[in-house]
Unconditional design. Sequence first.
Length: 603
Amino acid sequence: MEKHWQGKLLEFPTHERRARARADLATARMQSLQSLTLALSGALTPEDVARAVVEEAVRAMPADAGILFLLDAAGTTLELAHAVRYESALLPALARVPLTVRMPITEAALSGAPIWQTGPGLVKQDAPELAALIHSVHPGSYSSAALPLSPRGRVVGVLALTWLESRGFDVEERAFMDMLAQQAAMALERARLLAAERRQAERTVLLQHATATLATSLDAGQSLRGVALALVPSLGDFCIIDVRGPDMVVRRTFHALTPESAARLAASRWHPAEGGRASVWALDSGQPAFHPHVDAAWAEDGEGAESQRALLRALAPCSWLSVPLTTPEGVLGSLTLGHSLSGRHHTEEDLALALELARRATAAVQNAHLFHQTQQALQLRDDFLAIASHELNTPLTSLKLQLARLQRGSEDEFVRTRASAAVQQVDRLGRLVRELLEVSRLSEGRLHLDPEPVELVELCREVLGRFGDEMARAGTAVHLDAPAAVSGRWDRARVDGVVMHLVSNALKYGQGHPVELVVTDAPGDLARLVVRDRGIGIPPEQQAHLFQRFGRAVPLRHYGGFGLGLWFSRQVVEAHGGRIHLESAPGEGTTVTVELPREPAPG
């Protein structure tokens, strides 16, 4: 009996020590969870979460090594996020682990349940090279725990802990590691949401910036260079934009992070694919080429000439994305993005953004091409007008001399009358030819002013004297109201042309009602000329076009003319530093007001 109680007394301290050890371990683990919670509260990215979880888990268990993988966007591969105390020789082999390889981490990812294992966990037949590498680093026994990270029931990663010994896992350890995994899963979900929100905001800003860049210029090359600058490094370490011009020549615009890549791209050009092989350039296929994970072998297997493969070798992409610039008429070009030194990989979100950018770039390039074609057409027209006006002036001058001689030399009243009518038509034709010549000069920016002293009232009287026959035919009286002389320094011939155009329009559209010319001084040392008719008037919606070249508010067949008078007048008046404006209403007539500074504008 005495020996029995002595044994019980000896056992008591041992049970107490074990209980205290379990209590201390529970307290330490609770503190570890609190430390992890605190660390995760400041983790804003999945990478930050992975670092905090692995380091705290290895310390708390304690384990010999720990590693955390994240499942890629495709859900087919585990990608290394962070590792603690792993041999450096193992890390490259564990950077990307396909779920097809049988390992505790892949089984945990596929099943969504923890995998507790003692001894080798990799079947050699699945990945013999990786199995041999692990065995060479850890030839002895080891144990591992692979814990799936499953927020909302969806696996997003795996946390794995390793011990370099054979051991089991009691209920409390498993419960504790399960809590670690739950904490990590919730933190990963929060970090993913924050990252997605941040990426969305960045993409919105990027899209707005690229759109604004495309809208700032009608020079396609300049706009595309701005887009390439905007996309690097956000969407790639290099950006290549190939566009087929109206001449069917493909021109390359690019930007790259490194001078070496930029130099290589500067010396490159697009080559069409050969032999029907699949192309990595969307310009060939007209379809997106999306290769988020590529290597050197991929570059060597690429299509086309050796120069294309050499370019891919030099760029050394680890991710490749090429989308077409497509129009209803065909493929206009391609937008290509690649990651290399950064080690990043494109996602489905990147593909969607690139497609939207390509759509907007296509519209901008088409607009630039249309603008270029329009400019060419306008230049051809202006060249024709200049040649035609010069060529027409010579026979018109000769014809006018012959008619004047006939008019003076003939004694037949009928002949003189007809000759006089012909001279008037030649004069009219001469004015039209001069208008064409002015158009060509103004289009080329060759409006030269030769200021001299001019008395505006006297000049108006001279112009009205030339319209005597037209006023008689139209039955229209023209009144000149000029209280006093109004003088200034202007280009006499140009101002003469302005007055002639305004009076001609007033007679043409006045419907026989009186026309008024008012010449006065105006505040600000200005001279003011007002030409007013009581004719057909002009609707408000058409008034804005009248000061444009060939602007008209009436049918050509009823009123003739080129529609250049007001445009020419505006150019001359503004060249003098003045202004011209029009007021009109249908059925009430039109008033045109010209204000000219008495001294010409400097420069």
